[in-house]
Ligand binder design. Structure first.
Ligand code: DGJ
Length: 698
């Protein structure tokens, strides 16, 4: 199948993915306009698509025939512009002229230039033979020699939906400790803005949207979705007008931030990828998971190791002795990677001081990290360590030496959050300094894993030396974080990185292209985690979702649930342990060792299988199923079942209805058709209990 076709007679491009098509055409004034995004079409069929009915003529409406692929200011267009520029003479409208197009394999570039001003724009599209995800981004170029061009908004693309009787928006919202809470509501006749102005992806929203016609379910129905590969400020605007048109535009940046493009400079936006699926929310998520594996994650085939992290056990009080003791206990449970968290460096005995001084604290580790790392390796585990390269405590040698290295504005306070300031990573000297000490750390010690944390949002995001160009830091900070990670990974090929930002504040396809997993949330309460994991799973695969078993009562929610239940929830992602093992009873340690053994046995299915959400996270009985080849692993969790309200069985998905499946524990054989029609209803007599069912096809 040719992935991209151009018809010169109808000035139409057709992009083809394995199961979908996307069509656009060039209108009479050379504006690329949207035609189709949905089921597959041939070129002949696409040529028959009408561009929509022209509106009844009114002096209050534009022509309204087909949305622009990249709406700009100019002419009679009143929707949300994806691209907004201002030329030096004040003109703030764009008029395109096609230069040419380039088709190479699955890539299409449509090259446009402004009819008058020295300004070029390339619309990029990329399709793959193994995914229905379509990637889009834009490059802009100043081709003149004079004044800069102001870039007021530079989204990566605008996506238009076909006419349907109604529309519904699905997204996640939340905050620290309650990330990824799924929301689903009708799309209002308005502009709905999902955004982060924090300089980072944020806990409060995540850069993806799903829109359906109000009739999609987990198992069926058309869903259109998009995800932005960017870890800084971002904005996606979903617009629905009173005439029924729905679409969204999205990209990096946020309101009030604009850039100046100088002669011969080029501006490239991050990828905003889109996916059409007729298979409901479940299939949509599974397709995003596959896309992540095939085109985003650096090491998708890896079986993720079981981590022990000392943060909840020892806090800032890490030292060689207590870490060795925990390491010994973790190894005895079958843990594969021991991670020392915050507190190993500088004067970092609380969050008030030391951040930025990345030398091993000699009082805590008198002989450096070497003896601990040697012990961890002797115990058969790999070694990982916590870093927070983008931050500094004002009470640190680094800040005393370089007070100008932080984000700041002249004549303004420097707002601290968690007693720290943000280093201006856009500064080449800061990025170079960070790379140098990280590279040294990885070279001096055998470190296999970095937990890269970022514990606050930007404030006073200025760079006084740079005047008007200071705003570049909003993107250059992120680009330099990416470049630092990329360089470290290239130079230390076995390195794994976990993306952490006070939990799940930096989870997106931009960071996942150079990290292996995300620390999903600082909230490790198993009941709360069910909802967090449910929302997370809408876009990101389980193999990127780090989940620890910690102590009770939970430090955040003060709730106590059984150790077994805590394991059963964490095992639905990348299992880790974060409790203080020195306080666990012998029975708890035995149970933990058994659960670790069980997880090792099922993790290929959990981490690499197809994921099916079996019920909403707040249902009395909820759960998730993973399916890989002939094996399926089903987690069932009971929340609270009120008297005389029997729980609804969980219907399994994706099995062969004609097949038979053996329960690996009981030996009982169940028919695929029955498991899917009637479901499973394990006997769980207590609230906050669970079970894992392992099935293999007979
Ligand atoms: C926030 C992280 O989410 C925690 O897991 C821990 O690493 C702390 N930072 C350390 O300061």
């Amino acid at each position: 199948m040719t992935p991209v076709i151009f018809s010169s007679t109808s000035r139409l491009w057709l992009l083809r993915t394995p199961n979908t098509s996307y069509a656009l055409r060039l209108d009479a004034d050379d504006t690329p306009r949207h035609l189709h995004w949905g089921p597959p079409l041939t070129l002949a069929q696409a040529e028959q698509l009408s561009a929509g009915q022209p509106l009844r003529v009114s002096s209050f409406e534009g022509p309204g025939v087909g949305g622009a692929e990249l709406p700009t200011d100019g002419g009679a267009s009143y929707g949300v512009p994806s691209l907004q520029v201002r030329f030096a003479d004040g003109t703030q409208a764009v008029e395109w002229q096609l230069m040419d197009d380039r088709i190479e394999g699955g890539e299409l570039e449509i090259r446009l230039r402004d009819r008058h001003y020295p300004f070029e724009c390339v619309l990029h599209y990329r399709v793959y033979a193994d995914s229905d995800v379509i990637e889009r981004w834009v490059t802009l170029r100043h081709t003149g020699t004079d004044a800069p061009i102001a870039l007021l908004r530079t989204d990566s693309g605008c996506w238009h939906l076909p006419s349907r009787p109604d529309y519904r928006l699905t997204h996640v919202a939340g905050g620290w400790g309650h990330e990824f809470q799924l929301r689903r509501a009708p799309v209002p006749v308005a502009e709905t803005v999902l955004t982060s102005r924090r300089g980072t992806t944020s806990h409060h929203a995540n850069p993806w949207v799903m829109v359906d016609a109000g009739d999609a379910t987990e198992d069926g129905g058309e869903v259109w979705s998009a995800a932005l590969a960017w870890s800084g400020s971002w904005r996606v605007t979903v617009a629905r007008d009173a005439l029924g048109h729905v679409g969204w535009t999205g990209g990096f940046g946020h309101d009030g931030i604009s850039w100046r493009l100088r002669p011969s400079e080029e501006w490239r936006t991050p990828v905003l990828a889109g996916l059409y699926s007729p298979g409901g929310f479940g299939a949509t998520s599974r397709q995003w998971h596959e896309y992540a594996r095939r085109h985003v994650l650096p090491r998708p085939e890896e079986v993720r190791p079981i981590v022990y992290n000392s943060w909840e056990a020892t806090g800032f009080d890490v030292n060689e002795d207590n870490q060795k003791r925990l390491a010994g206990m973790a190894a005895a449970l079958g843990v594969e990677m021991f991670v020392v968290d915050d507190g190993w460096f500088g004067a970092r005995s609380s969050d008030h001081a030391g951040l930025g001084d990345w030398t091993v604290n000699p009082r805590r580790f008198p002989n450096g990290l070497g003896p601990l790392i040697a012990e961890v390796h002797r115990l058969g585990m790999r070694f990982g360590i916590w870093v927070e390269p983008e931050m500094v405590n004002p009470d640190s040698d680094l800040y005393r030496e370089h007070p100008d290295w932080v984000l700041h504005m002249a004549n303004r306070r420097r707002t601290t959050l968690r007693n720290q300031l943000v280093l201006n990573f856009a500064r080449p000297d800061v990025a170079e300094w960070a790379h140098k000490w990280l590279d040294r750390l990885l070279t001096d010690y055998q470190i296999d894993f970095l937990k890269w944390d970022m514990n606050r949002a930007f404030s006073e995001a200025g760079w006084p030396d740079r005047g008007d160009d200071a705003v570049w830091l909003w993107v250059d900070h992120v680009r330099n974080v990416y470049a630092t990670m990329d360089r470290l990974r290239a130079d230390h090929p076995n390195l794994r990185i976990e993306s952490c930002s006070g939990g799940g504040g930096r989870a997106d396809f931009g960071i996942l292209a150079r990290t292996d997993e995300v620390w999903t949330s600082d909230n490790t309460d198993a009941l709360d985690r069910i909802a967090i994991q449910y929302g997370y799973s809408h876009l990101y695969p389980a193999q990127t979702m780090a989940a620890w078993v910690t102590d009770t009562p939970n430090w955040l929610t003060e709730r106590s649930v059984s150790l077994r239940f805590r394991f059963l929830v964490a095992m639905a992602g990348v299992l880790g342990i974060g409790g203080n093992l020195t306080h666990w009873t012998p029975e708890e340690l035995r149970l933990a060792a058994d659960m670790v053994t069980l997880y090792k046995e099922i993790r290929p299915v959990v981490q690499h299988g197809a994921q099916y959400r079996l019920a909403p996270p707040d249902a009395a009985l909820t759960g998730v199923q993973y399916l890989a080849g002939d094996r399926s692993v089903v987690f069932v969790w009971r929340r609270t079942v009120p008297f005389e309200h029997p729980a609804v069985p969980l219907r399994l998905r994706g099995l062969d209805p004609a097949g038979a499946y053996r329960d690996e524990e009981t030996g009982a054989v169940h028919l695929g058709a029955v498991l899917m029609a009637q479901g499973v209803l394990p006997e769980l007599s207590e609230d906050h209990s669970g079970v894992v069912i392992r099935l293999s096809r007979v």
